[in-house]
Design a protein around this ligand. Structure first.
Ligand code: ADP
Ligand code: MG
Length: 530
C-alpha cells in the first residue's frame, strides 16, 4: 500500500461550504431578505418598486409579492420566500410579518452562536418557545363578539395599502361578501371570486351574488343571454383532436378529401348532438371549440364559451353544481348545473359573463374597479389580505389586538416561561421573545418614531398588566389597540410563528452546503436537511 492516498469522496465539480461558514452565509442571506421587507411593515410602511427585464413595473407593499417577484439566488433566502408563500396560502395576510420574524429569529440565534452555544441547543429552545407561543396565543385570543369586528379586521389589513383611500367602502364589500357565502363558521375563500376591472373609480366596486367571469361567448351568432340555464362544463377539447386525425392522412383525389372533411364534420355533429341531447343550453369548455361545433351550438340557441381558465371552471362548478367532465362519454344530463340566467355584458372592450341565481347561493363575486392597471392590481392585493383575514376570523372566531400588542405580551410571557426552564435553553427562548418584539419595533421605526422608546414604554405597560396595549399609528400613541379598532385574526399570528420558526430551525441545523457547479439550473443539494 502506498503512503497516503488522498480520498476523493466528492467529484471535482462540487463546491462545498462547511460548518460555521455555511451557517453564517445562510443567516446573512435570511437577514438581508428580512431587511428588505421590513420597511414595508405596517400602515406607515414604504412601497417597493419592482422592475423586470422588460421594464414592467409593479409598485407594492405586499410582502409575498415583493418576495415572489424579486430575483433571488441564495438557497436560504429562497426558503424565506417559501414562508411568505405558505402564509399567503394559509391565511392570505401576514406575509411581511412571517418573513421578518424568520430573519429576526436567525439574527438573534447568531448572537447565541457567537457565545458558543450549539445550534442544537438553540433549535431546542426555539422549538419550545414556538410551542409555548401557540399555547399562550390560544389563551390570549378573544372571541369575536359582533360584526363590527369583521369590518375592523378588514380595515386593519388594508390600512396603509393602495386601497387606503377606499378602505371603508372595500371593507364593507369584503364583509358583505363573507356574510353572503358563510354558513355559520363554514366559509371558504373559494366561494368568493375577485374580479378586477380597469377603467372606473374604485368606489364603483361592487358585490354580485353569483359569479362573474371575464370572458365572452365564442360566437356572436349565439344568444347573449339564456334563461334557466342548464350548464355543461367540459375540460376536453370540442375539436377534432383524435389520434386518427393527427396521423398523416394520404389524400390523393378530391373525392377522398371531400369524404375526409365530411367525416370530420360528422364527428363534430355527433359530438354536438350528444351535448344537445342532455338539454344543456350553456356550455363552458376549458379548451377550444371547433368552428363547426360552434355553428351547430349557435343554431340550437346554446350559449358557449371556450378557453375558460381552470380556476374559473372550478368556480363555475361550485356555483352551478355542474360536474367538470373530461370525456365525451360522461356527458349526461345528470352532470349539468343550474343558473337562473347566464348573460354576456360588454364594457368597452371588456366582456363579462354574469351567472345569476346559481344553484349554490353561497357564491359571490367581488368586482374591483380602478382607473389603471397598477391601481387595480395593488388594490386587489390589499383586498385579498382583508378577505383572507376576515375569512380566517369567521372560521376561528378568534382575534388578537394589533399594533404589536400581541407580540409584546407574548414576549413578556415567554420570558417568564424561559426563567422556569433555566440553562442554555432559557437564553434561546429569551432570544425568541426578542425576535417577536421586532414587530412593534419595526412598526414604530417605519412610522418615524423612536423604536427603543416605544419598546420600553410598551414593555412597561405590559408589565403593569395592560396586555392589549400596542402602537396606534392613526394617532402615534400607545393604547389598547382593540379599543382603537386595530384588530387581527389569531390565525395570522399562529401561522407566522409556526412557519418562521420552522424555517429558522431548519436553517440553523444546516452545517454543510454542497453546490454542484454543473448545470446552473439544478437546485443545490443540502446535507443535514430533513
Ligand atoms: P403583513 O404582510 O405582515 O400583513 P402589513 O404591512 O400588513 O404586513 O402590516 C401588518 C402589521 O401592521 C400588523 O402588525 C398590524 O397590527 C399593524 N397595523 C395595522 N394597522 C395598524 C395601525 N393603525 N396602527 C398600528 N399598527 C397597525
Ligand atoms: Mg397585512
Amino acid at each position: 500500500m502506498s503512503e497516503k492516498q488522498p480520498v476523493y469522496v466528492l467529484p471535482e465539480h462540487v463546491s462545498r461550504t462547511l460548518g460555521k461558514d455555511a451557517q453564517r452565509n445562510n443567516i446573512l442571506a435570511a437577514k438581508i431578505i428580512a431587511d428588505i421587507v421590513k420597511t414595508t411593515l405596517g400602515p406607515k410602511g414604504m412601497d417597493k418598486m419592482l422592475v423586470d427585464a422588460a421594464g414592467d413595473v409593479i409598485v407594492t407593499n405586499d410582502g409575498v409579492t415583493i418576495l415572489e417577484e424579486m430575483e433571488i439566488d441564495h438557497p436560504a433566502a429562497k426558503m424565506l420566500v417559501e414562508i411568505a408563500k405558505t402564509q399567503e396560502h394559509e391565511v392570505g395576510d401576514g406575509t411581511t410579518t412571517a418573513a421578518l420574524l424568520a430573519g429576526k429569529l436567525l439574527e438573534h440565534a447568531e448572537k447565541l452562536l457567537d457565545r458558543k452555544i450549539h445550534p442544537t441547543v438553540i433549535v431546542k429552545g426555539y422549538r419550545k418557545a414556538a410551542e409555548k407561543s401557540h399555547q399562550l396565543l390560544q389563551e390570549l385570543a378573544l372571541p369575536v363578539r359582533d360584526a363590527i369586528i369583521l369590518r375592523q379586521i378588514a380595515m386593519t389589513a388594508m390600512t396603509g395599502k393602495g386601497a387606503e383611500g377606499h378602505k371603508e367602502k372595500l371593507a364593507d364589500l369584503i364583509v358583505k361578501a363573507a356574510e353572503q357565502v358563510a354558513a355559520g363558521r363554514e366559509i371558504s375563500l373559494n366561494d368568493i371570486k375577485v374580479q378586477k376591472l380597469k377603467g372606473q373609480d374604485v368606489q364603483e366596486s361592487e358585490i354580485v351574488q353569483g359569479l362573474v367571469l371575464e370572458r365572452e361567448r365564442s360566437n356572436s351568432a349565439m344568444p347573449s343571454i339564456v334563461k334557466d340555464a342548464k350548464v355543461l362544463l367540459v375540460d376536453f377539447s370540442l375539436e377534432i383532436k383524435s389520434p386518427e386525425s393527427e396521423a398523416k392522412i394520404a389524400v390523393s383525389t378530391p373525392e377522398q378529401l371531400d369524404s375526409f372533411l365530411a367525416s370530420e364534420e360528422r364527428y363534430l355533429k355527433m359530438m354536438t348532438d350528444k351535448i344537445l341531447s342532455t338539454g344543456a343550453n350553456a356550455v363552458f369548455c376549458q379548451k377550444g371549440i371547433d368552428d363547426v361545433a360552434q355553428y351547430y351550438l349557435a343554431q340550437a340557441g346554446v350559449f358557449a364559451c371556450r378557453r375558460v381558465s381552470k380556476s374559473d371552471m372550478e368556480f363555475l362548478s361550485r356555483a352551478t353544481g355542474a360536474k367538470i367532465l373530461s370525456n365525451l362519454h360522461d356527458v349526461h344530463a345528470s352532470a349539468l348545473g343550474d343558473a337562473k340566467e347566464v348573460e354576456e355584458k360588454t364594457n368597452g372592450d371588456d366582456h363579462f359573463i354574469y351567472f345569476r341565481g346559481c344553484q349554490n347561493q353561497r357564491v359571490a363575486t367581488l368586482i374591483l374597479r380602478g382607473q389603471t392597471v397598477h391601481v387595480v392590481d395593488e388594490i386587489e392585493r390589499a383586498v385579498k389580505d382583508g378577505l383572507g383575514d376576515v375569512i380566517s376570523t369567521v372560521k376561528s372566531g378568534k382575534i388578537v389586538p394589533g399594533g404589536g400588542a400581541i407580540e409584546i405580551e407574548l414576549a413578556r410571557r415567554l420570558r417568564v416561561y424561559a426563567k422556569s426552564m433555566g440553562g442554555r435553553e432559557q437564553l434561546a427562548i429569551e432570544e425568541f421573545a426578542h425576535a417577536l418584539e421586532s414587530i412593534p419595533e419595526s412598526l414604530a421605526e417605519n412610522a418615524g418614531l423612536d423604536p427603543l422608546d416605544i419598546l420600553t414604554e410598551l414593555r412597561k405597560r405590559h408589565e403593569a398588566g395592560m396586555q392589549g396595549h400596542g402602537l396606534n399609528l392613526f394617532t402615534d400613541t400607545i393604547e389598547d389597540t382593540l379599543n382603537a379598532g386595530i384588530v387581527e385574526p389569531l390565525k395570522v399570528k399562529t401561522q407566522a410563528i409556526s412557519s418562521a420558526s420552522e424555517v429558522a430551525m431548519m436553517i440553523l441545523r444546516i452545517d454543510d452546503v454542497l453546490v454542484s457547479k454543473r448545470g446552473a439550473q439544478q437546485m443545490p443539494r443540502y446535507e443535514g436537511m430533513d
